[in-house]
Design a protein around this ligand. Structure first.
Ligand code: SME
Length: 150
């Protein structure tokens, strides 16, 4: 069977991750590969520290630096330990608008030993951009990232 683009990105991510490097170096390169996705305007990481998520490596415009756990799409995904797909950000109560360009969003938690360490956040300038295919891809990315030290 023909490999799809997400299988190829996953292999790239698997080969680029190096446990001996600092976390930020790995996440920075993974953000670059995530940015290969079509029709997105922002992709990156928020990492947990105490009651907040803080901006990590990303690709895109300047973004909010601090999100309280339980707030916004990122804080809700973190709190619920599950992926959230938002087809229309205007319809998500409490959505934090970092960029007026973003119309839809997917957030995937990074879970290590049952503890959430942060989230992967991807924004799109079109509505209803993210579906099961993207969820599966990003959950695989999250699994690879869960092997790193936080
Ligand atoms: N929209 C997000 C905030 C992060 S930015 O999209 C980069 C949220 O509601 O959690």
């Amino acid at each position: 069977m023909k490999e799809n683009k997400y299988d190829i990105y996953l292999k790239q991510i698997e080969s680029i991750i190096d446990k001996n490097l600092p976390l930020v170096s790995n996440l920075a390169n993974v953000a670059s590969i995530l940015n290969e996705m079509e029709n997105i305007n922002w992709c990156g990481f928020y990492l947990a520290k105490e009651d907040y998520l803080y901006l990590g490596p990303f690709q895109g415009d300047v973004a909010c630096t601090t999100i309280k756990i339980g707030h916004g799409v990122c804080g809700t995904s973190f709190h619920n330990k599950e992926t959230i797909i938002v087809p229309n950000v205007n319809e998500f109560k409490g959505h934090i608008a970092c960029s007026s360009l973003s119309k839809s969003e997917i957030v995937v938690p990074i879970i290590k030993n049952n503890e959430v360490k942060g989230v992967i956040d991807i924004d799109s300038p079109i509505y209803d951009r993210f579906h099961n295919e993207e969820k599966e891809y990003l959950e695989q990315v999250s699994l690879l990232l869960s092997k790193l030290d936080y």
